[in-house]
Design a protein around this ligand. Structure first.
Ligand SMILES: Nc1ncnc2c1ncn2[C@@H]1O[C@H](COP(=O)(O)OP(=O)(O)OP(=O)(O)O)[C@@H](O)[C@H]1O
Ligand SMILES: [Mg+2]
Length: 412
């Protein structure tokens, strides 16, 4: 499938709750023309109960509500609709015949998005109110999502392994909605490592951007046994250019569906660099090999130059116990930043995990470290007294290869 240029109209689904069929037809007429790059699709309910039924069936993005209905009147109408709409995060705009300032104020105070008076309303006023309500709401929801990008300092240092295990632990530890997205679009091993065999990849989301709503997205992603959502890489292997801007737009569109998004960005390149400012933080994964450390330092510097703050760049040292002589202090002097987590080398467990196509068991040191990281990111208390936060930064003694003096104590 070729990348399409699909910057077509975005459609906003509006539910009108209004008992007067003539006025409903007028609103339909107002919305038919759309507004700028936005089209509206309107559904209509002529009673409170009918409206509540439609909201509960989903696929409503914004409600336009008349307060005087056959089965409810006044503020009570708003309260009933707002209760159900709020639970689904849907804004409610009042479009009422009653031009009463006190009623208007009361509904706004109780959470109405806007109060429009029928006699003063027209196509321009309503479509602008709808667009603003949806934009404001989307921004509010998106700002609640934490997006974590994972970048490998060098090929094969374990970026995908960290991304998969971090997403798994965020899902397990928080129980929240987590997306693991494989944006290493030319390669991409996430689906393989997580044991899912998706029918569609991220490429399908890009090609169908113009009709990408929640149900379409749910058909694209795979779910594993933990109900972690996974979107796979098309593994282009250099066959096509990737449309960076559309990828940014897809991520913005699906962000409200999640509390956490973990993006496997592969290496620092044109695509990952363009996505960096769509993330709240970047995990730079390195091994302890000299080449990887050198590349990691360059990546950290490049990210800082791109405008990321120190607290947004998190250094993860994978297979840290392979170079036990490197202390936290050494790392700090190399990178000018703290090591956020050290992950042990788990050859046998990872070998088995790859064969079974699933993350290693929770008892594996790698998983345990990622569980600590996930809890720390989520602001959750540590689970047991044995697991201390200091474990995040330094390796427990049993992981060190040879007994001997504490490297931290011997380093310059
Ligand atoms: N802590 C670890 N202990 C043992 N093996 C590991 C560890 N981390 C990663 N590996 C193994 O190293 C290999 C490379 O890991 P991974 O694919 O995650 O790296 P990557 O940085 O994403 O590579 P690429 O550059 O190909 O994207 C995999 O076989 C993985 O199982
Ligand atoms: Mg990878």
């Amino acid at each position: 499938m070729a990348w399409g240029k699909h910057m077509e109209q975005r459609s906003i689904s509006v539910l009108l709750i209004e008992d007067n069929p003539d006025f409903a037809r007028l609103v339909q007429h107002w919305l038919a023309a759309g507004a700028g790059d936005v089209a509206f699709s309107m559904s209509w309910a002529d009673s409170l109960s009918g409206g509540l039924g439609q909201i509960s069936r989903g696929a409503v993005e914004v409600v336009v509500l008349d307060l005087g209905l056959p089965d409810s009147d006044g503020l009570g109408t708003f309260t009933a609709v707002h209760k159900q709409a709020k639970a689904r995060g849907i804004p409610v705009i009042i479009l009422s015949g009653a031009d009463t300032e006190s009623l208007a104020l009361q509904t706004i105070q109780e959470g109405a998005e806007n109060y429009l008076v029928k006699s003063a309303c027209n196509a321009a006023v309503l479509s602008q109110a709808l667009r603003f309500a949806v934009a404001k709401h989307t921004a509010e929801v998106a700002s609640r999502t934490r997006v974590i990008g994972v970048i490998g300092a060098k090929g094969g240092v374990g970026a995908t392994t960290i991304a998969c295990n971090l997403a798994t632990e965020l899902r397990t530890q928080t129980g929240k909605r987590v997306l693991l997205a494989d944006l290493d679009l030319h390669a991409g091993l996430v689906a393989f490592m997580m044991g899912v065999d998706p029918q569609y990849s991220f490429q399908y989301a890009i090609a169908n951007f113009q009709r990408l709503d929640e149900s379409c997205w749910n058909a694209i992603i795979s779910r594993n046994r933990d109900d972690l959502h996974i979107v796979s890489s098309p593994a282009l292997l250099g066959r096509e250019e990737v449309p960076v801007e559309t990828i940014r737009q897809v991520l913005a569109l699906v962000q409200p569906f999640y509390d956490w998004m973990v993006l496997d960005l592969g290496r620092l390149n044109a695509l990952s660099a363009a996505l960096v400012n769509r993330t709240n933080e970047i995990f730079v994964v390195t091994s302890t090999g000299l080449g990887a450390l050198y590349e990691a330092k360059r990546a950290v510097e490049a990210l800082a130059k791109a405008g990321l703050g120190k607290e947004q760049i998190r250094l993860i040292v994978n297979e840290a116990d392979r170079a036990p002589a490197l202390s936290q202090r050494d790392m700090r002097s190399i990178f000018g930043t703290e090591v956020y987590a050290s992950v042990p080398h788990e050859a046998a467990q990872m070998q088995q995990a790859m064969l079974a196509r699933r993350p290693p068991p929770e008892t594996c040191g790698l998983r345990k470290q990622m569980a600590l990281v996930a809890r720390k990111l989520a602001g959750l208390p540590e689970k047991n007294s044995r697991g201390s936060l200091s474990q995040l930064f330094s390796l427990p003694h049993r992981w060190r290869k040879s007994p001997g003096p504490d490297p931290a104590a011997t380093s310059g």
